[in-house]
Design a protein around this ligand. Structure first.
Ligand SMILES: Cc1cc2nc3c(=O)[nH]c(=O)nc-3n(C[C@H](O)[C@H](O)[C@H](O)COP(=O)(O)OP(=O)(O)OC[C@H]3O[C@@H](n4cnc5c(N)ncnc54)[C@H](O)[C@@H]3O)c2cc1C
Length: 575
């Protein structure tokens, strides 16, 4: 008697096949002819580039070409819990830092892996989806550095414009947008550990706050850029529904290699590799670089814009001597403090690769697969190095409820890179950096969180085996924690600042406050590169804001029109 197939055995492949087909259809690429000239050519379809393509092509009389080196999103990029699996995949450019002197001491060749997203959606396609805007003072500081028009008051309307916040308790608190393209939600599933993290924060004096609301210092179960439980990259938010606009051409697998600048110092055309051929397309109005904080400066240098000595040493022509690539900044972290629990709540991927959970995710957008890459709690805290009287925290705690054993050997290892895949970046070049990190994960804060009353229900204990290389220090003392931070130093994935925005007379700036490359006509930069200083939080939402504001700068919409009631929080409805 043949055994009957179970409901799951039949339904799972059917559902998956249905999901795949629906997904493919969403991004059907219209094979229209590539024209020789467009009004705007945008390089890179990431967090900023996708926004720009959408907004600039809203005007039906404007022809826009969006060039993206990577391909289409796939089903893996949809599942929030699998975010970490996307690193070192075809969706990752796979950069590493130069070997470090005082950081990454326990990592292969003392390098940090630096993932950068490649594909429609860019880094928003592989990121951990945490929706964080940073601190209002970050933007006011930008203005003090000469980035006029980028104060918190100026940029706040653009955060609202982009956002569709779907949690009523947060969406209506006066700090959020509704009805924008970018869906923001609290994940559908929160493990018992996530709630305990917030409870622990309260006991330690950190209130449960909306970290994007009036007060940033506090603990929260984070909201993410997710829609119905699945990732909401900028390709889903800004491109998916407009792929058939007749005035928008999106090319994937199109790698831009050079910007042509004519003898009147005007950017005229882009050269790119596509389907095995090198092609050239002209821009009637402007070329906008949105290739990210590593690739945008690289492209500028290849086009003759950079530090004179550096370009000459590489045999490149010098069209504009500008400090391209010099202001690189990133957030550094250390997974220094681990705990053991005696209940089966930590995220071990095999535990969650179960057919009923996949059903739950595909059918309802629910279950543990909706957890934001394993991150269930965020805390913005003030270490002793911050100003105690200000709401300007200097450290961010990520509460990751995953087990080290779930890593499946996915350790940090060398990426087989060519020269252009290595970024020069020095962690801890200021002595306070290491102390801030040490104190952010010190006995006083992270350890106290893990050992606090709310976690006692899981019989939580510190994971005791000392970090290799740090055995000589007294466990959990300052020297031990400093050693851990230096041994296992990891990027928090936020490189920014390589084409610094500010006053054109400031020799450290590359673009002015309207994002125009100094001394070159018809060429702007609009991505993470333009931040004068890194914001105090994760960078995806700020870069999407940059894309929104850049579109208005390019279209010539004046700020007062933005600040009127057009995008006030009360006018949108929850969809
Ligand atoms: C692993 C990871 C986790 C992260 N987690 C978070 C998080 O949880 N929350 C958060 O707020 N931020 C997070 N970030 C950071 C955030 O996603 C980035 O700061 C943001 O996406 C950067 O946007 P961008 O537009 O500057 O560049 P990208 O989004 O990287 O876009 C650049 C695009 O340009 C394309 N491109 C590059 N060169 C070329 C070329 N020569 N020709 C054509 N196309 C090109 C790239 O393929 C890419 O699609 C994370 C980032 C990573 C990598």
């Amino acid at each position: 008697m043949p055994s009957l197939l179970s409901f799951e055995q039949v339904m799972l492949p059917l559902l998956t096949a249905f999901f795949f087909r629906a997904w493919d259809r969403q991004f059907e690429m219209k094979q229209r002819r590539i024209e020789s000239e467009y009004d705007y050519v945008i390089v890179g379809a990431g967090s900023a580039g996708a926004v720009l393509a959408n907004r600039l092509s809203e005007d039906v009389l404007t022809k826009v070409l969006l060039l993206e080196a990577g391909g289409l999103p796939d089903v893996m990029t949809e599942v929030p819990l699998f975010a970490g699996e996307l690193q070192q995949s075809s969706f990752d450019w796979g950069y590493t830092t130069e070997p470090q002197e005082t950081a990454c001491l326990g990592q292969v060749e003392r390098r940090s892996h630096w993932p950068r997203g490649k594909g429609l959606g860019g880094s928003s396609l592989i990121n951990y989806m945490l929706y964080v805007r940073g601190n209002s003072r970050d933007y006011d500081n930008w203005v003090q550095q000469g980035a006029h028009g980028w104060s918190w008051k100026d940029v706040f309307p653009y955060f609202l414009k982009s956002e569709d916040n779907r949690n009523p308790d947060i969406a209506y608190n006066g700090y959020h947008g509704r009805g924008g393209p970018l869906t923001v939600e609290t994940p559908a599933y929160i493990s018992p550990l996530g709630h305990r993290f917030v409870e622990a924060g309260k006991i330690l004096g950190y209130p449960n706050v909306d970290i994007n609301g009036p007060i940033q210092s506090g603990f929260t179960v984070p909201q993410g850029t997710v829609r119905n439980g699945a990732r909401c990259s900028t390709s889903k938010a800004y491109l998916q529904d407009i792929m058939d606009r007749p005035n928008l051409k999106v090319l994937i697998n199109a790698h831009v290699t050079k910007i042509y600048i004519d003898n009147k110092r005007r950017a005229r055309a882009v050269q790119f590799d596509y389907e095995g051929l090198s092609r050239t397309v002209f821009a009637r109005r402007e070329i906008v670089l949105a290739a990210g904080a590593i690739n945008t400066p690289q492209l500028l240098m290849l086009s003759g814009i950079g530090v004179r000595n550096h370009l000459e040493s590489l045999g490149l022509p010098v069209i504009a001597d500008l400090p391209v690539g010099l202001n690189l900044q990133d957030h550094v972290g250390s997974a220094g403090v681990h705990f053991l629990i005696d209940k089966p709540y930590s995220i071990i991927l095999p535990r969650y690769k179960k057919s009923y959970l996949i059903h739950d995710f595909l059918l309802r957008g629910g279950g543990p697969l909706t957890i934001l890459g394993g991150c269930e709690g965020l805390g913005f805290i003030k270490t002793p190095f911050a100003n105690a009287s200000e709401d300007f925290p200097d450290a961010e705690i990520h509460f990751i409820s995953s087990s080290p054993s779930s890593d499946g050997g996915r350790t940090i290892r060398k990426v087989q890179g060519i020269g252009s895949k290595v970024c020069i970046y020095i962690y801890f070049n200021h002595p306070d950096d290491i102390k801030t990190l040490r104190d952010g994960m010190s006995l006083k804060i992270s350890i106290n969180v893990g050992l606090s009353e709310p976690f006692k229900a899981f019989n939580t204990t510190l994971f005791e085996p000392p970090f290799p290389g740090c055995e000589k220090h007294q466990m959990w003392g300052d020297d031990y924690l400093e050693c851990v931070a230096k041994t296992y130093s990891i990027t928090i994935y936020h490189p920014v600042g390589t084409c610094k925005m500010g006053d054109p007379s400031d020799p450290t700036t590359v673009v002015d406050s309207k994002l125009r490359v100094k001394g070159i006509k018809s060429l702007r930069v609009a991505d993470a590169s333009i931040m004068p200083t890194i914001v105090s939080g994760n960078t995806n939402a700020p870069v999407i804001m940059i894309g929104e504001k850049a579109a208005d700068l390019i279209r010539g919409v004046i700020p007062n029109e933005v600040n009127d009631k057009k995008w006030s929080t009360t006018k949108f409805s929850v969809l």
